[in-house]
Design a protein around this ligand. Sequence first.
Ligand SMILES: [Cu+2]
Length: 242
Amino acid sequence: MNRRSVLKTVGGASLLPTSGGVVSARGTNNTNTGASRERQRRRECPRPNCIHPVLGYTGLSADESVPAPIRPDHEVALVTRPPGEDDDRPIPEFFFEPTGLHVSAGDVVRFNLMTPDHTVTAYHPGLGRQRRVPEGVPPFSSPVLAGGAFWLYRFDTPGVYDLLCAPHEIFGMVGRVVVGNAESDFGDAGPQLRPPELTAALVFDDPALRPDNIVSETTVGWAELAPESKQLLIELTEGDSE
Ligand SMILES: [Cu+2]
């Protein structure tokens, strides 16, 4: 098909007797349609088929398929567990399961939200926190996600990655991913940068989450941490339930 016959098909032959007619037909009728199509296209932002080094990759529902080149190697559940009958905890437990995970460089981890309102966020100066990821890793984070959503991240750089859930860090919702056999190189944190807060600090200090233990165990579950490492350090006032 040549150019002229394409234009005729779109605009109608009777409107296009000359090349001047072609210009005027496109300038009137078709521009409006084109502009609204462009607005529509921008709203529909096509999904990427890669894992962004800062934004990761978000799946909006558990059964959403992931583009073919991406294949998760490990899974971590983001859990909210309500207090049990024989349990004197005033609020649910919030945790990553497993809490410690050993992966190889380049592995993709799929974080599954069993309940809403969690994030997977790096301890990174770019996010106002002590650097507790390998040097050179960007300040990455998932969005705050809904229950049933998932988030993928590729761990490319060998070393120790400490991760937090922004809404629940202070209750101990943090995780540690060890990439390769590397030791942590967190280095000098700097006084102005916030270390892990409250129960998060206790969780990271639990001997089960030492990087060499994570490497030898491959996964360390929440149940393997000592009860003292999970104790609440905030004071809840009457009426607080979450
Ligand atoms: Cu959380």
